[in-house]
Design a protein around this ligand. Structure first.
Ligand code: OSB
Ligand code: MG
Length: 378
């Protein structure tokens, strides 16, 4: 983008939509059946628009944020700060909002929308605008806790036969080893990982030592989000790489985790870290340290999914992510075409400008729960 081609933010349109998931999604912290999703749409003074999706959950059980807190933070704090800071580049949004502590999913929704707008203004696909280089991204799936091990195996069968390259299952105390054993008995060689969403403590080290026998690709977030020290103690006692999700909120967290040896893999989620700029800083640091990263998911609708695809094209995303086809979640997505995954378990990033998918405004209207328009004019 040439220097005179700066963004003049005019308006922010916030819309909350509600979408039923095709299947409930259960983790160690709870069960989700419907998503409440905030869409941030930013307009420049010429009427061009960019879209972001807030990845905050309905309840504060994954992290402290919720759809309600994100709405409040964006309306009351993020929008006014953007006006005051006279933001002209997507890369400046993070600094403009830095005074707001935490609440990165709220800030990240707006940040991502400005990146989409800037990419469109430059007539570039967002993934290229971000510096992405991958012509295809590798896809895995995250499978929630099921009623029985048998039902879990049926889900695994379906995903493997669809072509997904990696299976991740959710575990929690009492529902861990038997699930891994059951899957490994049927699939000795697939890429398989487990995600505990912080359900364990260091006193569970014997379980993790047992899991070491099953050739897992990684164990995701076994311990508490703030506990880099205990993760480091655990990693030193087991062979399977630990991957951190909830613990990594900033580039500094990534640095600290790698310095302490708390993990050997990092899950990057756009919302959790506050947007593309911080995600890229974490990515760059991991690449420098030869640490593989992959893109996590938060049961996103199409706009969030499209941003995840763009981010996943950065060179360091060398492991299959949790970004999968729209049809695994939604009867009808809010973008067109929906995200599709090939028989080889790959997504081709779109060629169009910005996020590269058409946003189905009519669909959004039909799912709308509330809307607020906020002027961003300086
Ligand atoms: O820990 O990765 C997680 C969903 C909601 C909250 C946390 C997590 C997840 C997933 C689902 O694993 C990933 C997806 O399919 O979007
Ligand atoms: Mg996780």
């Amino acid at each position: 983008m040439s220097s005179e081609n700066v963004i003049h933010l005019e308006r922010l349109e916030l819309t909350e939509i509600e979408m039923p998931l095709k299947w409930p999604f259960e983790t160690s912290f709870g069960r989700t059946t419907r998503r409440r999703i905030i869409i941030a749409k930013v307009f420049d003074r010429d009427g061009a628009a960019g879209y972001g999706e807030c990845t905050a959950s309905e309840d504060p059980f994954y992290n402290h944020e919720t759809a309600d807190t994100a709405w409040l933070i964006i309306v009351k704090y993020a929008a006014p700060l953007l006006v005051g800071a006279k933001v002209e580049r997507a890369a400046q949004v993070g600094d403009a909002l830095a005074r707001i502590r935490g609440n990165r999913m709220a800030k990240g929704a707006v940040e991502a929308a400005v990146w989409d707008l800037e990419a469109r203004a430059s007539n570039l696909p967002l993934w290229k605008h971000l510096g992405g280089t991958r012509a295809e991204i590798d896809c895995g799936v995250s499978i929630g806790l099921q009623e029985t091990p048998q039902k879990l195996l049926e889900k695994v069968d379906r995903e493997i036969s669809s072509g997904y390259q990696r299976i991740k299952i959710k575990i929690k105390p009492g529902r861990d080893l038997e699930l891994v054993k059951a899957i490994r008995a049927r699939y000795p060689a697939i890429l398989l990982s487990v995600d505990a969403n912080s359900a364990y403590t260091l006193s569970d080290v014997d379980l993790f030592k047992e899991l070491d026998q099953y050739n897992l690709l990684m164990i995701e977030q076994p311990l508490a989000p703030g506990d880099l020290v205990d993760h480091s103690k655990l990693q030193r006692q087991i062979v399977t790489p630990i991957c951190l999700d909830e613990s990594i909120i900033t580039e500094a967290d990534a640095r600290h985790a790698l310095e302490l040896g708390s993990c050997r893999i990092i899950n990057i989620k756009l919302g959790r870290v506050g947007g593309h700029a911080e995600a890229r800083r974490i990515h760059d640091h991991a690449v420098e340290r030869s640490i593989p990263v992959w893109c996590g998911g938060m049961l996103e609708a199409g706009i969030g999914r499209a941003h995840n695809i763009a981010m996943s094209t950065l060179s360091g995303f060398t492991l299959p992510g949790d970004v999968s086809a729209s049809e695994r979640y939604w009867e009808q997505d809010i973008i067109e075409p929906p995200v599709v995954v090939s028989r080889e378990g790959k997504i081709t990033p779109p060629a169009g400008a910005g996020i590269g998918y058409r946003v189905n405004e009519q669909r959004i209207e039909s799912l709308k729960v509330r809307r607020e328009e906020i002027s961003l004019r300086v």
